[in-house]
Design a protein around this ligand. Sequence first.
Ligand code: SF4
Length: 382
Amino acid sequence: MAALYFHVPFCKQACHYCNFHFSTSLKHKTSILEAMLVELDLRKQELHSESIINSIYFGGGTPSLLSSDDIKSLIERVNDHYIISDDVEITLEMNPDDYRANYLEELKLVGVNRLSVGIQSFHEEELKLMNRAHNAEEAFRILEKIDILFDNFSLDLIYGLPKSNLKSWKKNIEYALQFNPKHISSYLLTVEPKTVLNHQVEKNEVEVLGEEGVLAQFNYLVNSLEKEGFDHYELSSFGKPGFRSVNNSAYWSGKSYLGIGPSAHSFDGLTRSWNVSNNNKYLKGISSKEPLIEREVLTKVDRYNEYLMTGLRTENGVSLGYIHENFGFHFKELLEKEAQVQIASQVLFWDGDTLKVSRESMFLVDGIASNLFLLNKSTKCL
Ligand code: SF4
């Protein structure tokens, strides 16, 4: 099984916290769509032709700026080159302000069977602070419509927002749950370099929320969603039984995926690659039949470190048996040794032969995993 990702590099306006690749000028929308079709043709061998596609994901950027016919043409081209599994998950990220008459029905007709809605907050002042293109009324309206038409949908919420508190966060979760989403992705607001938010923080125009406030919101998120029957299966992901994201699960389990469009990333099991993050350069590369792609062949140590990071972020943890089989006895021995300190401090624990992060420490998982990383240069003997 393999996954396909389409990066649609356009947004109506720039959210203040966002460092993804997108353009707010839509003038190249048609040419980018045509180029993505050509890129699919040019790179079809990168996923073996016998691969069955079980996930097609339209992300960005804002894919809901595309028409349902645009989406249809991309799905049809995938169908020309690959076998699409009968139970394929086809997800489209959608922003609430992109609601238009018949759009949701049309998306269903062309095969989209899962929507991921960028709500982020139901509070007007928080949406303004983030410079989201939608308002609270639009957030409520789109979820009402989606709840009627789509059985499977996810919504995104951001916690740790400046000026937020536990009361406002509880309200966000309460509003979200009233629409019966099958999945919720919830991310901590991070201050990324070169964003408006970073500039505002540096100028003391915006004050980030302290760690205690952030942790209280995260703990409330986990406890309240688990009480509502969601599995907390990855740091930021909560799904009702049977509704975990097929796309994200493919990334976390090291499956192959092909990313199409400016800045899209791909992985074939050994090599990571990423398309140029510039719409004009992307168009030039495709028109000369030489897509501008950078590649990095992962060393065994890189793959081991990635396995630790993705495994510990998920409820699966990392398995000694898997490490022994895929990386060798020395890696297994090293992990057992390196984990001891964090086991003693009850940050990590063994569940059979699987190393997991304790519930209380999950919030800090990225740092916990990186404490276990190996450095390429120090492991030549392995
Ligand atoms: S809509 Fe999404 S991709 Fe576009 S600027 Fe906002 S967060 Fe970034």
